[in-house]
Design a protein around this ligand. Structure first.
Ligand code: SAH
Length: 233
C-alpha cells in the first residue's frame, strides 16, 4: 500500500493512495453506490482526524479510539450512514455525536450546512479547531446534549446520530422537516440496528439497514450514565 511494504503509514505516508484503496475495497466494494458519498470519502483526510498514535491505521477497516473512551466510526459505517441520509446538496443536517469531526466533514461535502453536537467538551473543542484548520466553513460544532437535538437551528432536512440510543429520541423527530430522514443506531451496548426513519405528515416509517455497534448515546433521551448499557466493554 505504501510502496515499501511498511505497514505503518505514519512513518511512510502515502495517505492519498491509502484513502483511494479504502474507498475501492471497503466502500465501493461493499456496495456504496452514491457518487457524491464516494467522492467525499476520497477527499476528506481521515488521517488528520485520528490521534497521532493511530495515524498509521487511519484508513484501516475499523473504528479507532479518539480519546475519552470514544471512537471514530469504521469508514464503511461513515459512508453507509451518509448514503442513508439521501443528501442532494441543499440540505441542512444535524449530527449528534461529533467526536473527531470526521463524519461532519464528510456530511459537509454533501449538504449546505451541518450542525454537529458533541457532549464531551474536549472533543468538541478539538473537532471545532480541526474543521476550521481544514477550511470546513459550513460546519458548526456545539457542545451539549444532542439527545435533545439542537432546537435553535431546527428544523433539519436530515439528522444523523453516531452513538447508540436506547430508543429514538422524540426531540429529534420533532426537529425534522416533513420528508426528513433520521439515521440512528438503536439498541443495547452489545449491538444495535441502524435505523432509517422517514417523517411524512407527522407519521414515521422505519427501515432497518445494518447490524452495528456504537458507543452509547448518553443524556436526557439517551442512556443514564450509570446504566449497564452506558458502559463500554
Ligand atoms: N461521528 C464521530 C464519532 C462518534 S463517537 C466521528 O466522526 O468522529 C460518538 C460520540 O457521541 C462520542 O464522541 C460521544 O462523546 C458522543 N455523545 C454521546 N452522547 C452524546 C450526546 N447526548 N450528545 C452529544 N454527543 C454525545
Amino acid at each position: 500500500m505504501t510502496g515499501n511494504g511498511d505497514r505503518t503509514l505514519g512513518t511512510s505516508p502515502d495517505f492519498e493512495a491509502a484513502r483511494h484503496e479504502m474507498v475501492a475495497r471497503q466502500i465501493r466494494g461493499r456496495g456504496i453506490r452514491s457518487q457524491t458519498v464516494l467522492e467525499a470519502m476520497e477527499i476528506v483526510p481521515r488521517h488528520l482526524f485520528v490521534p497521532s498514535e493511530h495515524t498509521a491505521m487511519a484508513y484501516a477497516d475499523e473504528p479507532l479510539p479518539i480519546g475519552v473512551g470514544q471512537t471514530i466510526s469504521q469508514p464503511f459505517m461513515v459512508a453507509a450512514m451518509a448514503e442513508a441520509l439521501s443528501l442532494e446538496g441543499h440540505e441542512r443536517v444535524l449530527e449528534v455525536g461529533a467526536g473527531s469531526g470526521y463524519q461532519a466533514a464528510v456530511l459537509a461535502r454533501l449538504a449546505i450546512e451541518v450542525v454537529a453536537i458533541e457532549a464531551q467538551s474536549v472533543l468538541a473543542k478539538g473537532a471545532r479547531e480541526r474543521l476550521a484548520r481544514l477550511g470546513y466553513a459550513n460546519v458548526q460544532i456545539e457542545q451539549g446534549d444532542g439527545s435533545l437535538g439542537w432546537p435553535s437551528a431546527a428544523p433539519y432536512d436530515a439528522i444523523l446520530v453516531t452513538a447508540a440510543a436506547p430508543r429514538v429520541p422524540q426531540p429529534l423527530l420533532e426537529q425534522l422537516v416533513d420528508g426528513g430522514r433520521l439515521v440512528i443506531p438503536v439498541g443495547p451496548s452489545h449491538g444495535q440496528e441502524l435505523l432509517r426513519i422517514v417523517k411524512h405528515d407527522g407519521q414515521t416509517t422505519r427501515q432497518s439497514l445494518h447490524a452495528c455497534r456504537f458507543v452509547p448515546l448518553l443524556g436526557r433521551h439517551g442512556w443514564r450514565p450509570n446504566s449497564r448499557d452506558a458502559k463500554q466493554e
